[in-house]
Write a protein that binds this ligand. Structure first.
Ligand code: ADP
Ligand code: MG
Length: 729
């Protein structure tokens, strides 16, 4: 991952020009490393530790390895194809044998090696693992070697781990090592981010010692202790950022939403279902936060179908009951329209203010989208500005536009995966009289607790664990097309559902099949090109199982009006089978839909598949999801789909996904954008560290919010925020 570090200007970090030779300088610049601090925090990728020769079989060809060996013989012979001598030195570690190979142009070089590699003597050798192409004998070509001294100090020196840095083209490992070695002479001048008290409490090395341990370790333990400092440091900076945001919130006024009637109780009284205990609990926790005089930022996570919308609606009514407005933002217009339908449906005459049929206490719920006609839009904007509109529903674009609210008390952001700092920055001024509205972000893609601390550590996390009892749930099956009976059974089942008056979704990875095929996920089995919506819809029309079914299509190339029309037809039951791309992935709520068929399911991510199957089984009828694939049964992809099919809990699935993909990918999807520039911290592995760093960082920032006494930390925060901004843009 290319990192874009900004030189920590003004913090006194030494520019590398003052430390390195030009060759080393160029090598470091290749990694965008410009200061001593950046360089000594640039950790080796791994270490070469002298190991038994047996292990040469485990080392990939071309990788560096080391061993302590005894010389058993030397052979020199002229090379056939070019001038010079081939010197082969046979060595053993007492167990396995190895050849050290030197191609030498000059006779004096041969003599030099002969005098330094004596039969019967022991040496530590470092080289690139290889193998004689004809005999298969393990070889090290042009190894570096040192005499092995059989004293405690000698052994320690011989067995010390050698750092292996990532390399860019034309840069030798030695150049990187020379650069860091030279830098270590200035290690005492590094910018110390972690306060001494924290180092003591956590048993961490000082920064200078950590740098030495990392780049010039004597033992493997050293390398770990060195890294521990950097991991903690990174976690600490992150938590300090969150602590500062919290402190900033504490200084910002927000409208306290304390009104306890009449709308919210009126809605509760007319809900067509009983709220679950979980919904009531989360609702109460939310109301407690909304009543505060400072903006609250809540992440409300709950599996698909757990009933987050009604929680949001109750909170929004509380805002209206308190004399303010609320905005609900959805990621797409389709979802915004659906929310508008659902919410006006639930509210009935409570949403019909100003109309003859309106309830006496009614408010007005307005939809604001980019595709509305200008006149309609202007009217809505007027109502938003005058305060006539109590609840405004739109897409995230609402935030970027200059929509003037009369008195915005609460913003709910639905299905948001990338809720960034800038969102909140933008919202800050939107409240009444310079106040900041409260913010609730809802997501069905839960993240494990420690990852949440690392990524959205400035948000309060509220979690809905159960799903409403009425929900019939979804059973998932993997269908291998290599077994035609299964595939027939799948379509037959779809036909049965349609015959019973229910609806079927069919999701394809692409719009058209002639689109460029993405690479096969496993890179091995060549698969036919992924199915497209257009062709699939045509094919379904001639499937006997679906004879008479009304088939519709939905994808991103349709106009907004067309999409809207299709969704209306689906909701009204005028379409039986909807073939779509993942535009229906998030949030779409059609209680009558019972069957989800995902074609080429191996091309979708875990959370996508979970979201997709969450679209069915939302009403009375139980849902069934088919993950259809053409990969071979028993292949990695097939087993993976099987485990998705078996896991029904979104939380378990999120963990499964994290562990399968590792943190590297996770950070690509992170919500705050901060995580994307992490160098040392692994949000899965380092959960404990993150929690401890939080314990230390929050009190420090609370005592010194502007970090006047911690200028180095303040500068590190600025650098990290700048990095995150660069990565995002
Ligand atoms: P999500 O959390 O995925 O956004 P929704 O809010 O769309 O879920 O709710 C899913 C469905 O469950 C909706 O049709 C909603 O009306 C219904 N629902 C919500 N709460 C309850 C409840 N307590 N009992 C029964 N049905 C509920
Ligand atoms: Mg939803």
């Amino acid at each position: 991952m290319a990192r874009t570090r900004t030189p920590a200007r003004g913090t006194g970090s030494l520019p590398l020009e003052e430390v390195l030779e030009s060759k080393e300088l160029k090598a470091m610049h290749g990694f965008d490393v410009h200061t001593l601090d950046d360089m000594l925090r640039f950790a080796p990728r791994r270490y070469t530790v002298p190991a038994a020769l047996r292990s040469i079989h485990e080392v990939a060809e071309g990788e560096e390895m080391a061993a302590v060996v005894t010389v058993t013989g030397l052979t020199a012979r002229s090379m056939r194809n070019r001038r010079g001598t081939l010197l082969i030195v046979d060595v053993t570690d007492g167990d396995s044998a190895l050849e050290l190979v030197f191609f030498l142009a000059k006779e004096h070089q041969v003599a030099w090696h002969r005098s330094h590699l004596r039969v019967g003597e022991r040496y530590t050798v470092y080289g690139i693992a290889g193998r004689d192409s004809r005999t298969g004998t393990p070889q090290l070509t042009h190894p570096r070697y040192e005499e092995y001294e059989d004293t405690p100090e000698g052994r320690a020196r011989a067995e010390r781990p050698l750092p292996v840095y990532p390399l860019k083209k034309n840069v030798a490992q030695k150049t990187m090592r020379d650069a860091t070695e030279r830098g270590l002479e200035f290690a005492d001048g590094l910018q110390r981010i972690l306060p001494d008290a924290v180092l003591r409490r956590r048993g961490l090395l000082s920064l200078a010692d950590a740098a030495r341990a990392l780049h010039h370790p004597l033992t493997v333990e050293d390398t770990l202790a060195g890294r521990a400092h950097l991991v903690f440091e990174e976690a600490f900076v992150l938590q300090a950022i969150f602590a500062q945001r919290r402190a900033q919130d504490e200084r910002t006024p927000a409208p306290a939403l304390r009104g306890d009637g009449p709308l919210r109780p009126a809605l509760d009284a007319r809900l067509p279902f009983t709220l679950t205990d979980g919904q009531l609990e989360v609702g109460a926790a939310l109301e407690e936060r909304l009543a505060r005089e400072h903006p609250t930022s809540v992440l409300l996570q709950g599996d698909v179908g757990s009933g987050k919308t009604v929680i949001a609606l109750r909170a929004m009514l509380r805002a209206v009951d308190s004399g303010h407005q609320a905005a609900l933002l959805a990621p797409t217009e389709v979802l915004a329209e659906q929310h508008h339908r659902t919410i006006t449906g639930l509210l009935g005459d409570l949403a019909a203010a100003g109309r003859l049929d309106g309830h006496a206490d009614a408010t007005s719920v307005r939809l604001l989208t980019g595709s509305q006609r200008t006149a309609e839009r202007r009217r809505t904007l007027l109502d938003v500005t005058s305060g006539e509109a109590g609840i405004v529903i739109g897409t995230h674009a609402l935030l970027t536009e200059s929509v003037e609210f009369a008195s915005l008390g609460l913003v709910v952001i639905d299905e948001q995966h990338r809720f960034g700092v800038d969102h909140r920055r933008r919202l800050r001024s939107k409240g009444p009289g310079g106040m900041s509205p409260h913010v609730v972000v809802m997501t069905a893609t839960p993240i494990p607790r420690t990852a949440a601390l690392a990524e959205v550590g400035d948000l309060d996390v509220l979690t809905l664990r159960e799903s409403p009892g009425r929900r019939a749930g979804v059973t998932s099956f993997v269908v291998h097309e290599s077994l035609p009976r299964w595939e027939q059974r799948m379509w037959a089942r779809a036909g049965e559902e349609v015959a019973a008056g229910r609806q079927v979704f069919v999701v394809c990875p692409r719009i058209d099949e002639d689109d460029a095929a993405p690479p096969d996920p496993e890179g091995s089995e060549p698969l036919p090109p992924p199915r497209g919506v257009t062709e699939t819809a045509a094919r379904l029309a001639s499937r006997p199982e679906l004879a008479g079914a009304r088939v519709g299509v939905l994808h991103g190339r349709l106009s907004t009006e067309e999409k809207q029309q299709v969704m209306e037809d689906v909701v009204a039951g005028r379409i039986d089978v909807l073939v779509a791309t993942t535009v229906i992935e998030v949030g779409v709520d059609v209680p009558n839909a019972s069957t989800m068929i995902v074609l080429d399911a191996e091309r979708f991510g875990v959370s996508q598949l979970h979201q997709l199957r969450g679209r069915v089984g939302r009403g009375e009828a139980p849902g069934i999801a088919f993950l259809d694939t053409r990969v071979e049964q028993g292949s990695v992809s097939s087993r993976h789909l099987q485990s998705v099919a078996e896991a029904t809990d979104g939380f378990a699935l999120a963990e499964l996904d994290l562990h399968r993909r590792g943190a590297g990918d996770l950070v690509g999807e992170l919500q705050s954008g901060l995580g994307r520039t992490l160098q040392h911290l692994d949000v899965i592995r380092d959960g404990e560290v993150i929690a401890r760093a939080r314990e230390d960082a929050f009190p420090l920032v609370a005592a010194d919010p502007d970090l006047a006494d911690h200028p180095v930390l303040a500068a590190a925060i600025e650098t990290r925020l700048a990095d995150a901004d660069v990565e995002r843009s």
